[in-house]
Design a protein around this ligand. Structure first.
Ligand code: ATP
Ligand code: MG
Length: 455
């Protein structure tokens, strides 16, 4: 009675009872799950608990895509889950969940949670009041972001449990927030970025009511802690659909003032071609399952900022090398205020940048020494992108491509007469080395490297 009354008073509230879709009404099969996902759900169910595959994996399988990983939702509490598995670890402070290791896999097992609401979610010390943490399965569905992310697949019966109309939305290929959009974005502004990212990645449309408030609320992103923004940006940029996502961000008015990084990427007058080439290259690598290092990507995205700053300093009469290092620090510091690029990435980013001028030096022992540098490969891939965008001469990349694969003799023949640092006058302290033989390489071998950056 009371429940029905409440449901009428709160029309946004989803059904307490799910609509259950049997296997003949959807395409997901338990054979599509990983071995770990199957064994962990089976163990939980045998122990008398509910256990479902939930979230991105169900969504991806419904859409005919291969999931990245499998998350599990259960009514078992972390203390109940842990003893069931040999290698299980309770993690997380705000929300405690369990990482269960199964072979090489790590499965995230979380207890059904209730929606978190601002003040009553924490005590005066900011600690979560435990009674508020757990909820029913219906609560758990409702606290999720999009309806298509709130589907539960039961591996035992191969049925899908749907509390929020997610199956219909998958079929209609639309991304729809659960509940009132403005409220949901205010609760967590990162959902705006997620909306754009997921729609681009899945190739589906953002439902109009879900899309409408985004431009007006975009500035709320400013309240998100930098570390979380970094994670989200990393997901966005390494999704394999970065180019599309960024276009879509612009279309939704999310490109301006959101993050210094996005301003850099999306509003760069001179860097446009370079960024396009970098994103296309990254997307291609991700889709081909070749590794992409986040440091490399951030180095590309910020490179033109560095160039602009560096060129201005040089024009003002500063020495190139110190000016480059000063420019790098300046650009990274500007980012750090809003998005926490981890320190260990910063070191790599700087190395990649600092190596760029060294590609121009092709005389004496310098090229061989550059090849030995631990970041040579990354710096060379970076140079390739610079060439693709027309910023560096294609012949330079070509030279380095051949130089890497050439034998000692061919390398010696490739070396330029010692005049390379000519354009960078102030740097060369007359420490000239003896020149190599012929200026132009004759017919040096040119086997391309196995994972040379995209064409
Ligand atoms: P991806 O394929 O990119 O991993 P995903 O939907 O699986 O996409 P995750 O960050 O792995 O994204 O989140 C797992 C699930 O947790 C989501 O499917 C969603 O149900 C829920 N979720 C994630 N982020 C939020 C959020 N900001 N607000 C509410 N629910 C969220
Ligand atoms: Mg996921």
């Amino acid at each position: 009675m009371i429940r029905r009354l409440l449901a009428r008073l709160m029309p946004g509230r989803p059904a307490r009872k799910p609509r259950i879709y049997p296997p003949d009404q959807h395409p997901v099969r338990r054979t599509q799950l990983s071995a770990g996902a199957r064994s962990v759900t089976r163990k939980l169910q045998e122990s008398g608990f509910k256990a479902f595959i939930v979230g991105g994996a169900v969504r991806d399988l419904m859409l005919g895509r291969t999931p990245k990983d499998f998350d599990i939702a259960t009514d078992a509490k972390p203390e109940d889950i842990k003893p069931l598995f040999r290698r299980a670890y309770i993690i997380g402070r705000r929300f405690r969940l369990v990482h269960v290791h199964a072979g090489a896999e790590v499965l995230e097992v979380s207890t059904f949670r209730a929606p978190q609401t601002g003040e009553d979610a924490t005590d005066e010390n900011g600690r979560l009041i435990s009674d508020n943490v757990y909820g029913t399965q219906a609560d758990d569905a409702r606290r999720r972001d999009f309806s298509i992310n709130a589907l539960y697949f039961d591996p035992e019966t191969e049925s899908i449990w749907d509390y929020v109309g997610g199956v219909a939305d998958v079929r209609a290929r639309r991304l729809k927030l659960i509940g009132p959009p403005v409220t949901r974005y205010r609760e967590d502004p990162v959902r705006m970025l997620r909306a754009v990212r997921l729609a681009a990645k899945l190739g589906i449309a953002i439902e109009p009511k879900t899309a409408a408030p985004i431009p007006k609320l975009a500035e709320l992103i400013q309240n998100v802690p930098p570390a979380r923004l970094f994670d989200e940006m990393q997901k966005l940029l390494l999704s394999g659909h970065a180019a599309d996502t960024l276009k879509s961000l612009r279309a939704h008015g999310l490109h301006h003032g959101l993050l210094p990084l996005l301003d850099v990427i999306l509003e760069q007058p001179m860097g446009g071609r370079f960024i396009d080439a970098a994103l296309a290259n990254t997307d291609e690598r991700v889709r081909d399952d070749r590794g992409v290092s986040p440091a490399f990507l951030f180095a590309t995205l910020l490179w033109h900022e560095v160039m602009v700053t560096w060129n201005a300093a040089k024009a003002a009469g500063e020495k190139p090398q110190p000016a480059l290092f000063a420019a790098m620090d300046k650009v990274l510091d500007a980012q750090a205020a809003r998005i926490a690029i981890p320190r260990r990435f910063e070191a790599t980013i700087k190395e990649i940048w600092a190596l760029q001028p060294r590609f121009e030096q092709r005389a004496g022992t310098r090229p061989a020494r550059l090849l030995e540098h631990p970041r040579f490969r990354a710096a060379y891939d970076f140079l390739t992108i610079r060439a693709e965008s027309g910023e560096a001469p294609a012949a330079l990349v070509d030279w380095w491509t051949r130089f890497q694969d050439a034998g000692d003799e061919a390398r010696a023949a490739m070396l330029k007469p010692d005049e390379a640092p000519k354009r960078k006058r102030s740097r060369s302290r007359g420490k000239r080395r003896k020149a190599g033989a012929a200026a132009e390489p004759s017919a040096a071998a040119g086997t391309p490297g196995d994972d040379t950056s995209g064409a």
